[in-house]
Design a protein around this ligand. Structure first.
Ligand SMILES: *Cc1c(COP(=O)(O)O)cnc(C)c1O
Length: 720
């Protein structure tokens, strides 16, 4: 590595060396493995740690550094005597080393000038709780897919001591939130230090005070993720709180977070000797980076106009929010107390500081919008699905008044999911038996997936059964705990322990509980739903999960309403709500379900990714034609609800009817249509079509190839 730079590589070496002192000689390579999340997407990686001590592993929140320091020395000595375990350790360590040694991708991005990918949240692994939902999980998948592609990239984000909230439901179904602090000293991350051993810091002026920001580094394969942290003793107590929690309600702190992410983020890269060729803003939260970079160019002698042009020429932006209201607006007199001093410190004239974020640059009163700022300071922009592009272009056309809507320079790159993160091990083993040996490396190539059609139905069905059974066991386990801790009645707790059947059609609906996702449609025709639920010969069971934003009381009310039906017949044993949806739970749900429901109000689902994760595990989608499903649905591999525009009440009524109709007359009968051996051949034919067609098309690998071709490699994003 670049040992001379103060970029955290020295600290990684040192931390791995220290960790190796806890290990007997034969297991020493595990210490390096622990400090690079690459192990999480190697077939044998997770098992190396869980085989150490399964119970401890789940208690560790799957944190390998904590695990190594906590497992009994006698257990480690026994493992060091186990030849096959030592060989597995060596093999995984070598696979990681080989991956790091590959030459970088030949293309528009050079190793010396990487893409700097800025995002306010990163959901890379359940042991690194720095994400709230879809945006962060996507960002994690982007970094991993970039690593697989050998695309030079660094991530820039925030280190939240308390992360995102945890969810509990009261006995009445009302959501409570609580936060826990993460001990990053025990996590697989290191604090970046300068040559003298002091933490490397950069400064940013916020609310008139200088805030000192330190930098942590995590490794995702070939891609370092830098995380900014204001929790330092030399900061004012109010400023130490800036990076405490993700998606904090208080708007002042949010603005402060944006200043840290954008301005301190840009400065941190410079302090570490990293000169990005492209700054990629994933959502607008880091848009203030433009001002730090303008300041730098001006300090080097450029005029403010030239400086802005240079910044634009090297910035690209991804928008995720298909409603104007979802893009944050800040009145100028709200920004001034938080960031006015920052503008002065960066010597940016107020006219520019506020004007770039307003539709009318010359307005002196229009509120500032971070998406507008990001669009104005980028050379190219993209939406996250084809349909979202069609929605985003008219939404932002005002910024290009001389262009027809089709020529608004916002293209689209449809989201994808990181294949080997989201496909469960039994499914990967199945593909190992039937696809080319290098299918993982060629995940975006449709030809690789053709072999899926040749998988014998018995084998595919056996794997589906295994994964469904895992989910049933997990759901029972968790549900007993949740019902006990809510103080439910004994019979309802007992029902949890008997609930679910390993062979019943298992339906999933898990995501952020926001109004536009319309979770409430599931209970809109309650009697109809209860009738389907009550069937003894064609049983269904439903897994629900999702958090409502702490300030979103309307969404919390939906959760509470859902709870009122929990004592209806069969509900207690066939519907489960799993509290505290996160990256520990999501892989289990998407692997175990047969059918995924998605009923957002179009066009508010920019893309959605959960359905893609379900595809990879041999489940089918039943979804409103919105987001990714709008471009994926082909009539052969899942089901669609057309959802017409219009009066929301009527739309809800129609869509709920369509949903129940499709369930009752299509999905449920097809799942239970069996041959003499109990195999649902026509269901499995759909599964194979869905997996072979969508597996490559909605892979993270395809997504990153598109980013290279449409955003990184061109000088302007063209609508297409
Ligand atoms: C995939 C995922 C999401 C995003 O779900 P969408 O379908 O895009 O809404 C959110 N949270 C977790 C934990 C996930 O794994």
């Amino acid at each position: 590595m670049q040992g001379e730079r103060d970029d955290g590589s020295r600290e990684l070496e040192r931390a791995a060396l220290e960790l190796s002192e806890w290990l007997p000689a034969g297991l020493a390579p595990l210490a390096r493995v622990a400090f690079n999340y690459r192990w999480t997407w190697l077939p044998d990686g997770p098992r190396l740690f869980s085989d150490m001590d399964e119970r401890l592993w789940s208690r560790s929140a799957c944190n390998p550094r904590w695990m190594i320091q906590t497992v009994l020395p006698s257990r480690l000595r026994a493992l060091a005597e186990d030849r096959s375990y030592v060989q597995r350790v060596t093999a995984v360590a070598q696979q990681i080393e080989a991956d790091l040694r590959r030459p970088p991708l030949v293309g528009p991005v050079q190793r010396e000038r990487p893409v700097a990918y800025f995002c306010s949240e990163f959901g890379a692994h359940c042991s690194l709780s720095l994400y709230g939902g879809g945006l962060g999980v996507l960002a994690g998948d982007v970094l991993k897919s970039a690593s697989d592609l050998a695309l030079p990239m660094v991530g820039v984000g925030l280190l939240f001591r308390e992360g995102y909230f945890h969810q509990r439901l009261g006995i009445d179904g009302w959501q409570f939130e609580y936060w826990t602090r993460t001990d990053f000293e025990l996590s697989p991350v290191v604090l970046v230090r300068d040559a003298t051993g002091r933490p490397l810091t950069v400064e940013v002026v916020i609310r008139g005070r200088t805030v000192h920001v330190q930098i942590w580094r995590a490794e995702l394969g070939r891609v370092p993720l830098y995380l900014l942290d204001t929790d330092r003793e030399d900061n004012h107590p109010i400023d130490r709180w800036i990076t405490a929690r993700l998606y904090i309600g208080d708007r002042h702190t949010r603005l402060a977070q944006y200043a840290v992410l954008g301005v301190a983020g840009a400065r941190a890269l410079k302090a570490m000797g990293i000169e990005p060729g492209i700054v990629h803003l994933n959502e607008g939260h880091a848009a203030l980076a433009a001002f730090a970079r303008i300041h730098e160019h001006v300090a080097a002698g450029a005029s403010p106009e030239e400086a802005l042009e240079r910044v634009r020429a090297s910035t690209v932006f991804t928008t995720h929010t298909p409603v104007a209201a979802g893009n944050e607006w800040y009145p100028r007199d709200e920004i001034e107390p938080a960031l006015g001093s920052l503008a002065k410190d960066l010597e940016i004239q107020p006219k520019l500081f506020y004007g770039l974020g307003a539709f009318d640059v010359d307005s002196s009163s229009e509120p500032v919008n971070i998406t507008v700022l990001a669009l104005r300071t980028s050379r190219a922009a993209n939406a996250v699905a084809r349909r979202h592009g069609e929605v985003a272009r008219p939404m932002w056309q005002r910024l290009w008044p001389d262009r027809p809507v089709d020529e608004v320079p916002i293209t689209h790159v449809t989201n994808g999911v990181h294949t080997t993160t989201w496909m469960a091990p039994p499914m990967q083993a199945l593909l190992d038996r039937h696809l080319a040996p290098d299918w993982r490396e060629r995940a975006a190539d449709p030809a690789v997936w053709e072999g899926v059609e040749r998988i014998p139905d018995e084998e595919l069905w056996a794997v589906r059964g295994e994964m469904r059974r895992h989910l049933v066991e997990y759901a029972r386990d968790i549900s007993v705990q949740h019902r006990l801790s809510r103080g439910e009645s004994p019979d309802y707790v007992e029902a949890a322990n008997r609930m679910f059947h390993p062979e019943a059609l298992t339906i999933g609906f898990a995501r952020r509980v926001a109004m536009y996702k319309r979770l409430y449609l599931l209970t809109r025709h309650l009697d109809w739903g209860l009738r389907l639920l009550a069937s003894e010969d064609r049983p269904i069971q439903i897994v629900l999960a999702g958090k409502a934003h702490p300030q979103d009381s309307e969404a919390k009310e939906v959760l509470k309403q859902l709870f009122t039906v929990r004592r209806a017949p069969h509900v207690g044993s066939r519907i489960i709500f799993l509290e505290d949806y996160d990256l520990h739970m999501a892989p289990r749900i998407v692997a175990g379900v047969d059918l995924w429901l998605n009923v957002p109000r179009p066009p508010l689902e920019a893309s959605g990714t959960s359905g893609m994760k379900v595809v990879l595990n041999g489940g089918l989608n039943l979804s409103v034609l919105d987001g990714w499903w709008h471009e994926a649905y082909d009539g052969e591999s899942g089901w669609a609800i057309a959802s017409r525009d219009g009066d929301p009440q009527a739309q809800d009524e129609e869509d709920a009817t369509a949903l129940y109709d499709l369930l009752e007359h299509e999905a449920i009968p097809l799942f239970y249509e069996r041959d003499g051996a109990g195999l649902p051949h026509r269901w499995l034919a759909r599964v194979k079509k869905s997996l072979s067609r969508f597996g490559p098309r909605f892979s993270g690998a395809r997504m990153m190839q598109d980013y290279v071709a449409r955003l990184y490699g061109t000088s302007a994003g063209k609508a297409q």
